[in-house]
Design a protein around this ligand. Structure first.
Ligand code: SF4
Ligand code: SF4
Ligand code: SF4
Length: 168
């Protein structure tokens, strides 16, 4: 299989996994929420204001009118603007400043772990949360990772995984 074909096949399997997560109604939410149930109670009365205020354009509004994050093109700068815009206090800057996800590297898909030099994820990580053991074994340090998502699109093989943590 050509390298490009390999990447494309890995990308389509990643997208399938993302859809499967959505099917189970477990969504990656914007930061600053406290209870998952608040989205379903309050967001139906809103016109998706948080989405309009996100300069990174990562907040999408689902068919159920609740917001979710899409890291396909960018990540979260924790700029607070979505929380400031939320009139219903579903998002509130007083709540925890963390996205409900654990980010990790799939060593089967990662080029470096398979002996092909690649540092693509390292530079976009402003929190310096991706450390390489030697030249070929990148790892995400949980204590440093803010789940901002900026490393996701940088990875040519979609090896960076998002595991959504259920909250509230
Ligand atoms: S601004 Fe608040 S109420 Fe409106 S969609 Fe966003 S989170 Fe929901
Ligand atoms: S904190 Fe800023 S970048 Fe992150 S989702 Fe909210 S508006 Fe977008
Ligand atoms: S999600 Fe974590 S590892 Fe990735 S860029 Fe953000 S802080 Fe770094």
């Amino acid at each position: 299989m050509e390298r490009r074909e390999l990447f494309s096949s890995l990308a389509s399997s990643f997208n399938k996994e993302a859809r499967d997560e959505t099917k189970n109604n477990i969504l990656l939410r914007p930061p600053y929420f406290q209870n998952e149930s608040d989205f379903h109670k309050e967001c139906i009365n809103c016109n998706g204001k948080c989405s309009n205020f996100c300069e990174e354009h990562i907040i999408k509004i689902g068919e159920d009118k609740t917001p979710y994050l899409d890291f396909t093109n960018s990540g979260c700068t924790y700029c607070d603007e979505c929380a400031k815009a939320c009139e219903y206090e579903v998002l509130n800057i007083e709540h925890k400043k963390q996205i409900n996800a654990k980010i990790s590297i799939d060593i089967i898909k990662c080029l470096s772990w398979n002996q092909t030099m690649c540092f693509s994820c390292k530079d976009p990580c402003l929190d310096d949360a991706i450390e390489f053991l030697g030249m070929f074994r990148p790892q995400i340090i949980d204590d440093k990772c803010t789940s901002c998502g900026f490393c996701i699109k940088a990875c040519p093989t979609q090896a960076i995984e998002i595991k959504i943590i259920e909250q509230g």
